[in-house]
Design a protein around this ligand. Structure first.
Ligand code: PXG
Length: 442
């Protein structure tokens, strides 16, 4: 058959199986976005919606950046595509060198892919391959964390800890344990890093090591600040303690910085902010400002060198994607690095974070608000459930959209993470509309 004409069929939304969406409910009353610039979206009817979430935590430099557009257009003109298997193109090497220079410690080597999910599965595979190449092939187990989100590949859902993302999909990867999540009731309404429980929560890793023996454990993977589950900043000392335990037992530590990377926490990466260097780091989203899909795994020198021990003519890592280091993604990622630097956006995120903190905590006394968390330029707000879990959260999300604010909802937790170019008066507007939405669903 020949492809059909591109004439859209009015009002037929059925053909698109939408991801993470209540398809039938959505299609009865769709929320469509047709245009975006700066910190705003516009609906097809021309109604303006302020982007309180940087898309899905990804448009860190704001929408419609001319510099990124120009870089992508130029790359498209020069060369649309080139493979990265046994050949390469200059922009991929240039980008990796720029990322290495930005990253803390000796996270000096980059593997590229197309999404956060691919980054996570790639990191898990690199960890296994590294141990095997170093004569420790029994290290095959992984440790994730309850309420973790590491994308939707089989590796990612196995180490992840969000029950709805797991329960539909069978046995997943074998050999995975989970640390307890880090949301403690005694830390309610903390500002920034919570005070209590960091060391005890991290020490749970010793229990898992005691159960399986370190010689069987490949890696621990955590989000430095859990994002999708409603934004859970790490309690004080938690990440450092995890690092110590991993070091003691020769276990690789993976930070999933798909959300926390590229400025969200007011530093380049959480690793920099907390002074804890993981062995591997996964990124996506802000790496290309979401213009062209891209993900990556940054690895430390010892991991890279560990993979380079075979004969020189042998493939070092039997893993990669057709679109690894896609030229358009590399062009976009390089242009966005220029913007981050020229506009000092990571610093801007740090400078705005206390204003943001005041704003979000001003919602504390609104009806049904049971907890508020913030770190960097993002927050989570828990609402008391109304009947079935997620009902009140969904209503608040829809109400906010109707009032002109895009927020995220996970169950009855609301999350916000505006573009790093946000201005104070726009933060005021976000907080105002969020407050109205929360009151409206009381
Ligand atoms: N790791 C983390 C920490 C993430 O937040 C992924 C991996 C997967 O990335 P991809 O590119 O495969 O989607 C993510 C993605 C939300 C939301 O509303 C969060 C994500 C994606 C969609 C929605 O919290 N994070």
């Amino acid at each position: 058959m020949t492809p059909p004409d591109s004439v859209p069929i009015a009002n037929n939304m059925d053909a698109f199986l939408m991801p993470f969406t209540a398809n039938r409910q959505f299609k009865k009353n769709p929320r469509l976005l047709a245009r975006a610039k700066g910190v705003h979206y516009w609906t097809p009817e021309g109604r303006r919606v302020i982007d309180g979430t940087a898309g899905l935590w990804c448009v860190n430099a704001g929408h419609g950046r001319e510099e990124i557009k120009a870089a992508i257009a130029q790359q498209l003109e020069e060369m649309d595509y080139a493979p990265s298997f046994q050949m390469g193109h200059p922009k991929s090497f240039e980008l990796a060198a720029r990322h290495a220079a930005l990253l803390p410690g000796d996270l000096n080597h980059a593997f590229y892919c197309n999404s956060g999910s691919e980054a996570v599965d790639s990191a898990l595979k690199i960890a296994l391959a590294y141990h095997r190449a170093n004569g420790q092939g029994t290290r095959t187990r992984f440790v994730g964390r309850e309420r973790g989100y590491h994308g939707v590949g089989f590796g990612g859902i196995s180490v992840g800890g969000m029950v709805n993302n797991r329960k539909w999909f069978g046995a997943m990867l074998p050999g995975v344990d989970h640390l307890p999540h880090t949301h403690l009731p005694q830390n309610a309404f903390s500002r920034g890093e919570p005070e209590h429980g960091g060391i005890e929560l991290a020490n749970a890793l010793e229990g898992i090591v005691g159960l399986h023996d370190a010689s069987n454990i490949a890696a621990v993977i955590v989000e430095p600040c859990a994002g999708s589950t409603g934004y859970l900043p790490p309690p004080k000392g938690y990440l450092k303690r995890l690092r110590e335990i991993c070091d003691k037992h020769g276990i690789l530590l993976i930070f999933d910085e798909v959300i926390t990377g590229f400025g969200r926490l007011g530093a380049s990466f959480a690793a920099e902010k907390f002074g804890v260097i993981p062995d591997l780091m996964t990124v996506a989203k802000g790496i290309s400002n979401a213009t062209v899909p891209m993900g990556g795994v940054f690895v430390r020198k010892h991991v890279f060198e560990g993979l380079m021990q075979g004969p020189e003519n042998a493939v070092d890592l039997f893993h990669g994607y057709t679109y690894s280091a896609h030229p358009l993604a590399c062009a976009a990622a390089s242009a966005v690095l220029d913007i981050y630097k020229d506009e000092a956006l990571f610093q801007r995120s740090a400078e705005l974070s206390s204003y943001w903190e005041e704003g979000v905590h001003s919602l504390k006394d609104l009806p049904n608000v049971t907890d508020i968390r913030n770190l960097g330029l993002a927050c989570g707000i828990d609402l008391a459930p109304e009947g079935a879990v997620g009902t009140r959260g969904y209503k608040a999300f829809v109400k906010a959209f109707d009032l002109g604010l895009m927020m995220r909802q996970s169950g009855d937790a609301l999350a916000m993470s505006p573009p790093l170019i946000i201005e104070k008066k726009q933060i005021d507007e976000i907080i105002d509309i969020a407050g109205q939405a929360i009151k409206a669903v009381a």
